[in-house]
Design a protein around this ligand. Structure first.
Ligand code: C5P
Length: 226
């Protein structure tokens, strides 16, 4: 079955406070989205990459990857899940959808391979994730600690997240219609009663969110290029 990568890139990145959406900020000589697309487009088991863009996006077509024969763009929506759904509309019925944030440029081929290989163990789909390392606290409204949350069995959800495309489309649609807060693909599958697998991923697969993350991404990309 074909694997189609879906890249939601229609966000405006307001937390970054930059003059353009964060995926277009430059690190190590090219845009964050450019790095992300290079990882996906060059992977031998990914047959196609669908990128969801903001309707006012006038930067994407200036990227060197824009004309790649494996790449198609669609218009994204108001929420991340709407953008993923827009891309799923054109994904082949029997394909696997590998959904990856535009803002995670440090993804490695080995982590993609690990997630793809996990389909034997997790035919229902799986996500890259990382066990929580720090002690976790729940806060009250005054910014004080109200409880210590047991970190056993607690994981950070990363991307890519890999699911059968047709199922993901159905459950994302249904979860959105039911008013569920869907911040990643797995949450829609969980809502439908499916338990996706957790595949331990690398800690350097960070999501560039705040200005400080740019320096970190640069460091990780430089290290990977050596
Ligand atoms: O805002 P956040 O960092 O959680 O966004 C995660 C990813 O989802 C980003 O790559 C962003 O561009 C994308 N997104 C989208 N459509 C939206 C909101 C976010 O494609 N409406």
């Amino acid at each position: 079955q074909a694997v189609v990568a879906i890249v939601p890139a229609a966000g405006i990145g307001s937390r970054m406070g930059a003059d353009r959406p964060k995926q277009y900020l430059e690190v190590c000589g090219q845009s964050i989205l450019g790095h992300t697309l290079d990882k996906l487009l060059s992977h031998p088991h990914i047959s196609h990459v669908i990128v969801a863009l903001h309707p006012n996006d006038n930067i994407f077509n200036t990227l060197p990857q824009a004309a790649h024969p494996k790449l198609t763009t669609v218009l994204g929506g108001g929420e991340r899940a709407d953008s993923v759904l827009a891309a799923l509309q054109i994904a082949p019925e029997h394909s696997w959808a590998l959904v990856h944030d535009a803002a995670r440029p440090c993804l490695t081929a080995t982590d993609i391979d690990k997630l793809l290989a996990s389909r034997v163990q997790f035919p229902q789909g799986a996500i890259l994730a990382m066990p929580v390392r720090d002690t976790m606290k729940r806060a009250n409204k005054q910014g004080e600690i109200s409880a210590t949350v047991c970190r056993d069995n607690l994981w950070h959800a990363l991307t890519p997240q890999l699911f059968p495309a047709a199922r993901l489309k159905d459950y994302l649609n249904a979860a959105m219609a039911a008013g569920v807060v869907v911040t990643d693909e797995a949450s829609a599958m969980e809502w439908a009663g499916i338990s996706p697998g957790l595949v331990s991923g690398r800690a350097d697969n960070i999501k560039v969110t705040h200005p400080d993350d740019l320096g970190l991404a640069e460091l990780f990309l430089m290290r990977a290029a050596k």
